[in-house]
Design a protein around this ligand. Structure first.
Ligand code: PEP
Length: 248
């Protein structure tokens, strides 16, 4: 089986204006080759501009969310086809901030993923437990449920990336132990293989996300079944994101 291509994905969240484009110009010098891919997901307002700036270069761009419907009366929302039209090739779906702030359920994430696939986007589906769920020893069950509920049938290594993001590690500086990361990633791999078959299950990339920084990236990337990272805060500065990419 071909090696899974490593992926460093930056999630700018609600940060960034035209003034931050210089960071991308620096990032565009970054490595992205047959074994390693770099993705930046800016706010929707910068997507087209960023896609144009990255055209023909190694960095690809993605959205942070999309609506489940193709078009219609949904004020403020953006469809998957619109993201694609603006130059995106990926979209992050089911981020814990969307699940918490916008009440997104697994069913909603599944519907959005189908819309993303219909538009030709690769979905980066986020799963992860809260601290109280971890403390109640519910982590594996919770994530199994999120995987089963959020991922539609017909997933494969091209249209799906899974990101394991413990909610308590996002933006907090707290990082699970490598054993904790390894336990969850192995479980996710096993679930994907069981549901979609060994070949497909092994081809889907599984990212870790939650306070990844240049100084902890190498240790995290050495964990089995960690195929890269989804990075929030540290993706805003090319120097930090570059340090993470270098560790891939
Ligand atoms: C995220 O929001 O997806 C994330 C991982 O954030 P941070 O890297 O800032 O913890």
């Amino acid at each position: 089986m071909a090696e899974r291509r490593k992926l460093a994905a930056g999630n700018w969240k609600m940060n960034g204006t035209a003034a931050d484009m210089a960071e991308i110009e620096t990032l565009a010098q970054e490595r992205s080759d047959a074994t390693c891919e770099v993705l930046v997901c800016p706010p929707a307002t910068l997507l087209e501009r960023l896609a144009r700036a990255c055209e023909g270069g190694p960095v690809v761009v993605g959205g942070q969310d999309c609506h489940a419907e193709e078009k219609g009366a949904h004020t403020g929302d953006v469809s998957a086809a619109m993201l694609k039209d603006a130059g995106a090739s990926y979209v992050i779906l089911g981020h814990s901030e969307r699940r918490q702030d916008h009440g997104e359920t697994n069913e909603i994430v599944r519907a959005k993923t189908k819309a993303a696939w219909d538009a030709g986007l690769t979905a980066v589906i986020c799963v992860g437990e809260t601290l109280s769920e971890r403390e109640a020893s519910n982590t594996l069950d919770l994530i199994s449920g999120q995987l089963a509920g959020s991922i539609p049938d017909k997933a494969n290594g091209h249209n799906l990336v899974v990101a394991y993001e413990p909610v308590w590690a996002i933006g907090t500086g707290k990082v699970p132990t490598t054993d904790q990361i390894g336990e969850v990633h192995s479980m996710i791999r096993a679930k994907l293989e069981k549901r979609f078959g060994e070949g497909v299950g092994r081809s889907v990339r599984i990212l870790y996300g939650g306070s990844v920084k240049p100084d902890n990236a190498a240790e995290i990337f050495a964990v089995s079944h960690v195929d890269g990272a989804l990075v929030g805060g540290a993706s805003l500065k090319a120097k930090d994101f570059g340090g993470i990419i270098a560790a891939l």
